[in-house]
Design a binder for this molecule. Sequence first.
Ligand code: ASP
Length: 597
Amino acid sequence: MTRTDPFATSLRTHLGGELRASHAGAKVRLGGWVHRARNLGGLVFVDLRDRAGIVQVSFDPAYTPAEVLERAASLGNETVVLVEGTVMARPQEMRNADVATGDIEVRATGLEIVGPAVPAAIPVARSRNENLAAEELRLRHRYLDLRRPELQKNIVMRHRLMQRARRFLSEQGFLEIETPILTKPTPEGARDYLVPSRVHAGEFYALPQSPQLYKQLLMVSGFDRYFQIARCFRDEDLRADRQPEFTQIDIEASFVDQEDVMALAEGLIGALWAEAGYEIPERFPRITYADAMERYGIDRPDLRFGLEIGDASKLFATLDFAPTKAALDEGGRVRGIVVPGGGKLSRKQLDELDVVAKSAGARGVLRVKRTGDTMSASKAAELLGVEGAGKLGIADGDLALFVAGPDHVTSPALDRIRQELARMLDLIPAGERRFVWVVDFPMFEKDPSTGALGAVHHPFTSPLPEDVSLLASAPQRARARAYDVVLNGTELGGGSIRISNPETQGKIFGLLGIDEATATKRFGFLLEGLRAGAPPHGGIAFGFDRIAMLLADAGSLRDVIAFPKTTAARALFEGAPTQVPAQDLEELHVKVAEAQA
Ligand code: ASP
């Protein structure tokens, strides 16, 4: 065979996991790890694992020299070996259809043990179904856990997606440009990771929360189309499945409108999903933020099931029912979900829904059940009667759940109830993918405690042209040229058309309570750039880890990141963060306020 294997080196001829029946007869040298060794007394079978998979190597006195066989008999799991032998087709009845290399085996004639002899700290599971060691233990021994075929497959998928993104964007004329890691705070709404400067006492760099300002400046400089597979750092409160450092596919383009960015994003998503073997629609439907909040209670709706939220305030206003009346009098609404066939939910399930709604801030959930013409489950149900039920679309066998209060209470509560119901009633079809754009986000949100306005996307987002006049009169009603792309209730990415006019940017800073002096201090370089002549520009950023997780069908973000942090933001393998010698702190002009325990 003269085929030059791209993985051939001076130590090996092939990857063992790539051997097939077509290699039968070939003399090969392989390198890898002993996945399992079985000693059958005189005969030794080794599952040899390398990056491409697992191949069976047999040691048999019929073809293996005695001293080689002896060495093979002593092999422990996870030992690194070099094997020499001949590929043989297995007899029909010995073939193993579950393994890609199952039609062949390698008959060993030579064996070199590279090392080591220490037993592996955790077993390396061969398949998804095998029991795994506790995650903390696996993260501590990440180099071993990464040997697992499943994690190897995930990391390979991540690589392929990254290359596909690069290729797709390069083909569209985007330039990959790196931006600094040691930088100045960028406002994406989280806390910054700070790095003290040794040479400038008392001064700090910030790690970028995103390349936002740099990518806008690249547009000012005329690069026209930029992208970066960018590492971002956000010191946010700990939450399951969030990483303090993560990767974005970050994009910015000039002389574009919202439609251009959205079409580009759809193309990129299509390419990434195609890389993983899925065909998806070319264009995604759209929903406005207001509509999403009204019908689903959340700005990233899961459209795989119905259970839309309806407004029942009008009807409840006619009822003599104190709890909802009070909420309505205070300016709130009564909103709810009709659950077709929901009458069959158990008491326990209903109680679970109560807990879910309360944890989202609701006082309680009002149950209305209809069985034939009988209304039950609450006083309100009786007051509503069959006529009221009819108006609300509650049919025989249905259950309706209502929450009363201001929208900022009812929306999250009903969103949680809706999701929980879908799970309980098994309403989510397997393999369903519902992409949707959420558009027309508000420019600002009010901090409930201080009343101050904050940017919903970020302060560089431009308002919808028809809402510019609202900035002076009712800024809270002004909508932004911002868009998020959502899949099955998960946000994949978001972006906006930016403000390219320095005066408008100044006004927005003003509304956000950032005075001129502060604006100049924090974002002077951007304002200067805008004054130097900025083209209309906009962009988007995708959460790459999340996309890789979805497309590798992995259970957590940690399963698609080679060296992830725990949910407590610790790196267990290398042991970070860590205390540093006093002398280092001194050089950095840093004093630690309290001694650590
Ligand atoms: N910089 C934004 C973010 O990280 C994305 C964008 O507006 O392009 O969310």
